[in-house]
Design a protein around this ligand. Structure first.
Ligand code: AP5
Length: 192
């Protein structure tokens, strides 16, 4: 299964991807996690990305594509993947198509987790208290939601128009949301 997991910040992509990874036995590729690892390591790329991420803006397409190319060159992605956090704009959607095309692949399903902004803000405020993620402060969350509406929503619309999108209600218990995703990607349901 080659799954692209979409949705605004805080809709549960990372939480559900961790479960899906066990269920589908394919790697979870989170561009946010890859970037945070670079920041934690203090690499030149991490130093470049850190402030952009803290402001809630998008890191440059070139950096992201370089990271993804490296990740997709590894053997474990051959059997499938769960891609979380990419693509985030139309240029990235085109780059993903090309990257997968060069590998002789295409994704099986694009699933969008849908949660209203009020609940997103509540969830991320909770995580800011519990984990202290640098971009979970109210100002950065507002910016991340703005960036999502301006740049990522067109990707969702594009996949919808292509008949590649499945929208899943992301509100409910973790088991409920997981069950809905499994249902959405089960044979005969997945599009793309
Ligand atoms: P990224 O790490 O991708 O962050 P995000 O999209 O903002 O997503 P989050 O991790 O906040 O949310 P999530 O949907 O994964 O939800 P989660 O499961 O964590 O990106 C961070 C930054 O990196 C970006 O802003 C950008 O700067 C940069 N970046 C990354 N990719 C990029 C790209 N492609 N191009 C350019 N820049 C890029 O859950 C959130 C909270 O809700 C948790 O506390 C969780 O416990 C809780 N929760 C989850 N599910 C439920 C539920 N069902 N009910 C109640 N609470 C729940």
């Amino acid at each position: 299964m080659r799954l692209v997991l979409l949705g605004a910040p805080g809709t549960g992509k990372g939480t559900q991807a961790a479960r899906l990874k066990e269920y589908l036995r394919v790697p979870h590729i989170s561009t946010g996690d890859l970037l945070r690892a670079e920041v934690a390591a203090g690499s030149p790329l991490g130093l470049q990305a850190k402030e952009v991420m803290e402001r809630g803006e998008l890191v440059s397409d070139d950096i992201l594509l370089g990271m993804l190319r490296e990740r997709f060159s590894r053997e474990d992605t051959k059997a499938g993947f769960i891609l979380d956090g990419y693509p985030r704009n139309l240029a990235q959607a085109a780059a993903l198509d090309e990257l997968l095309g060069n590998l002789g692949q295409k994704f099986d399903a694009a699933v969008q987790l849908a949660v209203d902004n009020e609940q997103i803000i509540e969830r991320l405020a909770g995580r800011a208290k519990a984990e202290g993620r640098a971009d979970d402060n109210p100002e950065s969350v507002r910016k991340r939601l703005e960036v999502y509406d301006a740049q990522t929503a067109p990707v969702i619309e594009f996949y919808r128009q292509q008949g590649q999108l499945t929208v899943v209600d992301g509100v409910g218990t973790l088991d409920e949301v997981f069950g809905r995703i499994i249902e959405a990607i089960s044979p005969g349901k997945a599009v793309g």
